[in-house]
Design a protein around this ligand. Structure first.
Ligand code: AGP
Length: 610
């Protein structure tokens, strides 16, 4: 999510930091900053906005500084502004720290540190600077203080720290969030992402979880949590810059499909307790307000609408509240019945979609409580809503939404479980079991990406010239079918219609004939047998059948020409797994057709017109 660069050597550090941050610009960010060592003191500058804002502000930087750290921020805690930009300093301004990740025990840490320290930002990161300040005051070395951060802090983090008392030293530590380091020409380098360092080295040490790295000019020392020295694995990278930005994948879309397990993990992070409850402290609506709700509307567009459809099933099932789902551009014009007891959930990865913003404003005007589900901190929707639930998919560059969609499904199911928990419509033991299931989803996606991608590619290579596709599903399989069809339309420009499987026979079945490909979402669920009956109907009319089916389901396989196997997943979470082969199918068909999958024709990442 955020970008990190660090260098210590005998050449000016600032140009290295700014160039490295520039090479991470493609990922999108909202602010940037640097800290330089300058004759026994630190010089820190940070600016909201584009990197050019920071570049324009560093004219007075100490020219001779040869060590420093730099950061581009993708906001998670606190708005994008100068104060919240990294690096953050301790009370005395002697230590500067930057961070990529999310601190889960943020609220308790903040409560503990607030009285004793002067907190100058809304971020989780600043708390880490003050925690380290306390350890240093107790006599710890900088590396030991970083070690204690790894011990005390829950969540994902890659941190880099400098301290005025040791001008050549940079200390970094990692858990979950990526970190690489390298040595070249008498300098040592550090980054969150390989592209930042490609002009200086192609030989990297990959820093692993719970490891601490100390960088001095020309040397690296890596230790574990106990202080024992370790030799991290080396990696030589032959990628050019463009390949490196895409993490070695040919396109951002394919990279982002593979980012999905992490996007789901990050969205789950910090929102469940060890005893199996869900905590959404950030929601800003009190439990009493949520208990008072008597109806829920979900409003969204496109892929976000499909995530919202999954939420409708989940919210109704877990809370017994009526939940309607609306296309945002239709919502205001149909005179929906809303009042102060209505909860409206606006879903938008960008948080800037004009139709969804307008729908949320309409709901607020009528007195409803509005929750925004957004991937962008401080987006217009997030600012205007009564409450926000962020997805933590990180920046998505491909125009066709993939990882933000999975993160939305997860955030919305969290919201549904939370409503069920506080309204008492779910037994605590049931919620606990569901949360355990939800925690399994990232690994299910991982295994599917490893085991099924080749077969999906092979099938796509057989049907890439097909003119007409139908996607069908029942229950939560229907939004998956809708999303599979939308992905295929968006990037391959094939005609793809999605239907509830049971609805096909009421009209569209007239279009089924040999040569038509029907993609059925037929994983195990309460409507599994009925879905298979609908598959029989299209087979009988000569369609080619591709099924998304649960591993080992021979009944489904016997009806299909091809099967995309997926691991069994609890029904209401299954869309987050079942949609993945359909994203891949759309991707491989589009590639065969020679299209630019990252920037499909006529589409924009953010649609700011109604
Ligand atoms: C997704 O692949 C599309 N590009 C599009 O349908 C998108 O989901 C829709 O425009 C809504 O965008 P939002 O999530 O930013 O509101």
């Amino acid at each position: 999510m955020c970008g990190i660069v660090g260098v210590t050597g005998d050449q000016p550090a600032l140009p290295v930091l700014l160039e490295g941050l520039g090479r991470l610009e493609y990922r999108g960010y909202d602010s940037a900053g640097v800290a330089l060592q300058s004759g026994g003191a630190l010089w820190v500058r940070k600016r909201a906005g584009k990197l050019s804002e920071l570049v324009a502000s560093v004219g007075d930087a100490p020219a001779g500084a040869t060590a420093g750290i730099g950061h581009t921020r993708w906001a998670t805690h606190g708005r994008p502004n100068d104060a919240n930009a990294h690096p953050h300093t301790d009370c005395g301004g002697e230590l500067a720290l930057l961070h990529n990740g999310i601190v889960e025990n943020y609220l308790s840490l903040r409560a503990r540190l607030e009285g004793a320290h002067e907190l100058r930002s809304e971020t989780d990161t600043e708390l880490l600077a003050h925690l380290m300040e306390e350890r240093l005051a107790d006599g710890a070395t900088l590396a030991d203080a970083a070690r204690s951060i790894l011990r005390e802090v829950e969540g994902s983090l890659a941190i880099a720290v400098v301290h005025a008392s040791d001008p050549e030293l940079i200390v970094a530590a990692r858990r979950v969030s990526p970190l690489v380091a390298g040595v070249a020409d008498g300098a040592a380098f550090l980054a969150s992402d390989i592209p930042a360092l490609l002009p200086y080295t192609r030989d990297f040490k990959i820093i692993d979880d719970d490891q601490i790295v100390e960088l001095r000019p020309g040397t690296l020392r890596v230790t574990d949590l106990d202080g024992a020295e370790i030799e991290p694995p080396a990696r030589r990278v032959d990628w050019n810059l463009e390949e490196a930005e895409k993490g070695g994948f040919p396109d951002f879309m394919l990279k982002e499909i593979h980012d999905q397990p992490v996007a789901v993990e990050e969205t789950l992070r910090g929102r469940t307790t060890a005893d199996g409850r869900i905590v959404l402290d950030e929601l800003r609506l009190s439990e009493d307000e949520l208990r008072d709700v008597d109806k829920v509307f979900v409003v969204a567009c496109g892929t976000s609408y499909h995530a919202g459809m999954v939420a409708k099933y989940a919210i109704e099932h877990w809370t017994r509240l009526p939940c309607e789902i609306d296309i945002a551009s239709e919502f205001r014009y149909r005179d929906p019945v809303l009042d102060t007891r209505t909860l409206v959930v606006g879903v938008s990865q960008s948080g800037e979609t004009a139709d969804t913003i307008a729908a949320c404003r309409h709901a607020k005007r009528l007195g409803a409580k509005v929750v925004a589900v957004s991937n962008v901190v401080d987006s217009s929707m997030a600012r205007e809503a009564d409450a926000v639930l962020y997805t933590h998919a990180g920046p998505e560059i491909g125009v066709a939404a993939t990882k933000t969609h999975l993160a939305q499904i997860v955030a919305l199911t969290e919201l549904g479980l939370y409503l069920g928990q506080i309204r008492g419509t779910q037994l605590p033991s049931h919620t606990k079991r569901l949360l355990e299931e939800l925690a399994e989803v990232p690994d299910r996606i991982r295994s599917l990406l490893t085991d099924s991608a080749k077969e999906v590619e092979r099938v796509a290579s057989q049907y890439w010239q097909t003119r007409d596709f139908f996607f069908i599903g029942r229950g939560v399989g229907y939004p998956v079918a809708l999303e599979g069809a939308l992905k295929l339309k968006e990037i391959s420009y094939a005609r793809a219609e999605a239907y509830p499987a049971g609805e096909l026979k009421h009209g569209a079945i007239a279009l089924i004939e040999p040569g038509v490909v029907v993609v059925g979402v037929a994983t195990r669920s309460r409507v599994h047998a009925k879905t298979l009956s609908n598959i029989e109907e299209v087979r009988a009319r000569g369609a080619t059948v591709i099924l998304v089916a649960t591993e080992g389901d021979e009944d489904a396989a016997s009806l299909a020409d091809h099967v995309f196997w997926v691991p069994e997943t609890a029904e209401l979470f299954s869309p987050a797994v079942d949609v993945v082969p359909l994203q891949l199918f759309a991707y491989f068909v589009a590639k065969r057709r020679g299209h630019d999958v990252d920037q499909p024709r006529n589409l924009a990442k953010t649609v700011t017109v109604e």
